[in-house]
Design a protein around this ligand. Structure first.
Ligand SMILES: O=C(O)CCC(=O)C(=O)O
Length: 272
């Protein structure tokens, strides 16, 4: 067994330094900011420089305050960029999954992105950070289901990089308030058991879906932009026995999002 796999099996995670090309990470980050910039202009009339971090993020906060619905939908739209999904399928990613034991990796859930800041939460709600949880509860895939997490900006304790409990992937599935994203483990956990991870752009955290982890506390005025990739192993016997369950549900809206839209004229214009 390789040292990497031994470390992964023991601790439930490995933090790989300088693993991703910084340009690849930056493209995903840039695509997301450009999408937000379009709606920021539409909603606030401003055109902040996406490379001026404070200026751009202040405009994000203003957008959030002015049109929450458009902000939420834009937040969903940035989850669908080619750059993000290409990375999720990158041979380097496939290779590292194989190195930690997923002989036949398959996507467990859509690649996802988060932009965490207390300024992007309503009325002091904690939606911008996740309590201690195990991702397996949301994915319910193979027992060796694995998550890759990385920030798109340098991230340490101050900006709330992930905190993990080493070895906690072996203590079983813990009781939780719900299985949704906001569910938290109900048993008492000791704060001192959590290890604070720290990242430079390009570093990635690869962890077992059973590893107990939580968002750090972003006390800065900046947004902590991050990516999460989730995989299962098609060869894992209990996954096969359980009929390859797929606990993620994607479904369309039942009602028209924009009533009485589009008009025939608008369609004619598009296809003229
Ligand atoms: O990025 C975060 O703060 C939390 C992410 C996380 O825990 C997860 O995606 O499972």
């Amino acid at each position: 067994m390789s040292t990497l796999q031994e470390q992964f099996n023991n601790d439930g995670y490995v933090l790989l330094r300088d693993f991703l090309d910084k340009d690849v990470v930056n493209n995903i980050y840039t695509d997301a900011r450009k999408i937000f910039a379009t709606q920021i202009k539409h909603v606030t009339g401003k055109t902040p420089d996406i490379d001026n971090r404070d200026e751009f993020e202040n405009a994000m906060f203003e957008f959030f305050e002015k049109d929450f619905n458009a902000f939420v939908n834009t937040g969903k739209t940035v989850q669908h960029t080619f750059s993000l999904h290409k990375l999720g399928l990158d041979p380097k990613i496939e290779d590292i999954l194989k190195q930690v034991g997923l002989s036949s990796p398959i996507i467990g859930a859509r690649a996802a992105m988060q932009f965490n800041s207390r300024f992007l939460s309503k009325d002091g709600s904690k939606h911008w950070k996740l309590d201690a949880h195990q991702d397996w509860r949301t994915g319910q895939g193979s027992l060796d289901s694995t998550v890759i997490w990385f920030p798109m900006v340098d991230a340490g304790a101050d900006i709330g990089a992930l905190q993990v409990i080493p070895g906690s992937h072996k203590i079983g599935l813990q009781e939780s308030t719900t299985s949704g994203y906001q569910g938290g483990i109900t048993s008492s956990l000791k704060e001192e058991d959590f290890v604070q991870t720290e990242f430079k752009v390009g570093d990635i955290l690869v962890f077992s879906a059973f590893l107990i982890h939580q968002s750090g506390n972003n006390i800065t005025n900046n947004i902590r932009w991050s990516v999460q990739l989730r995989y299962n192993n098609l060869d894992e016997p209990t996954f096969i026995e359980r009929g390859y369950p797929m606990a993620y549900i994607y479904k369309p809206e039942t009602e028209l999002v924009t009533p009485n839209f589009p008009s025939v004229e608008q369609l004619k214009e598009v296809f003229s």
